[in-house]
Design a protein around this ligand. Structure first.
Ligand code: ACO
Length: 324
């Protein structure tokens, strides 16, 4: 049975760090409020001349290096992002050119907000398993701080910039949970709730990019239920239980959401990968950033069973189970 195996990971964070203390000098907030409500201590902010495609290309180069592949080996470039360089062309095409992925490769962006990486895994896995491509560069990249209203303390303290990437390659498995590769994914949406987390602009509506608007409490309430359901669904489909999970690598939205979800599923704190304190919420970039950190720290090793989840604007949400 054909499987999509992660053979390389990489990440990139912009140099500039914005701490809670610095934020509190120009927004009515405090380090204490942000830390206790969200778990965030700092976030990275892209330089003025740094675009999402720059962050994406840096992360992708590192992922290719760790997979011991060259740009010429890539069949498809997928960029999950809510903050593309341009309305069009796709950021993936810019990244293709920056990396030197040859003409003729597939390249497109994927918009599922914070769930973009899970949606991307679903799509990449389908492309590989259907035999259309053999090697996919899947990138989550965001310059989310560009969508922030710095006067709105209920949102501007939460988000940061960054990029993470994985290389997925076709491999052969037995069709069991012992196989390396993506074992099961679910990607879901419910557009009835789109007003709870949205931007108040867009190319077709206002001709502007808009700012992030969120009803935090409502998002929180839906997040825990939806994420837990998706996680249960992928585990059930693969016939594994929470005890079998070696590492839980969630979208880094809010430490309280992650604690509540892990507790609900019976995943112990030592098996939860947390990067939110240093990165903030980097939307589609947060899972591959956390995954790369886990690999570098030796917390995720080849053969480990990983559970991923995300929830974001739309609403969109999903989960993925994979063996590294
Ligand atoms: N600093 C200081 N005070 C603040 C701030 C701030 N940055 N933001 C809000 N407050 C105040 C509010 O004005 C309010 O004051 P009031 O009681 O005088 O009116 C008080 O704090 C409580 O506000 P709430 O919004 O009720 O605070 P809550 O405890 O719900 O925490 C938070 C807000 C952190 C956003 C929470 O609702 C949450 O985590 N929601 C989930 C949303 C999320 O994670 N979104 C990320 C994107 S979606 C995703 O990735 C899943």
């Amino acid at each position: 049975m054909r499987r999509s195996v992660i053979t390389g990971t990489g990440s990139y964070l912009p140099e500039r760090i914005l701490t809670n203390e610095e934020l509190a000098t120009f927004v009515d907030t405090s380090d204490e409020w942000i830390r206790t409500r969200t778990g965030i201590r700092q976030r990275h902010v892209a330089a003025e001349n740094e675009l999402t495609s720059d962050l994406a290309a840096h992360a992708a180069e590192k992922a290719l290096e760790s997979a011991e592949l060259a740009p010429g080996d890539v069949d498809a470039v997928l960029v999950a992002t809510t903050t593309p360089d341009y309305t069009f062309p796709a950021t993936a095409c810019v990244v293709q050119e920056k990396l030197g992925v040859p003409a003729g490769a597939m390249a497109f962006d994927l918009q599922a907000v914070c769930s973009g990486f899970i949606y991307g895994l679903t799509v990449a896995d389908s492309l590989i398993r259907s035999g259309q491509v053999r090697r996919v560069l899947l990138i989550g990249a965001e310059t989310l701080t560009r969508l922030l209203d710095w006067q709105d303390r209920t949102t501007c303290v939460l988000f940061g910039d960054g990029a993470g990437a994985v290389v997925l390659e076709a491999g052969e498995g037995e069709g069991t949970v012992a196989d390396r590769g993506v074992l099961h994914t679910v990607s879901r949406a419910d557009g009835r709730y789109r007003e709870l987390l949205h931007t108040d602009g867009g190319p077709s509506s206002t001709g502007t990019v808009g700012h992030i608007r969120m009803q935090g409490r409502e998002v929180f309430r839906h997040a825990v239920t939806n994420i837990a359901d998706a996680m249960r669904e992928v585990m059930q489909a693969a016939g594994v239980s929470a005890r079998d999970i070696d590492l839980f690598v969630p979208h880094q939205a809010n430490v309280r959401i992650l604690d509540a979800t892990a507790r609900k599923l019976g995943i112990p704190p030592e098996k939860v990968m947390l990067t939110i304190a240093e990165h903030g919420n980097t939307s589609a970039a947060s899972i591959p950033l956390a995954l790369d950190a886990a690999v570098k720290q030796g917390r995720a090793k080849p053969g480990d069973l990983l559970l991923l989840e995300a929830m974001g604007g739309g609403f969109t949400w999903g989960a993925a189970l994979l063996r590294l």
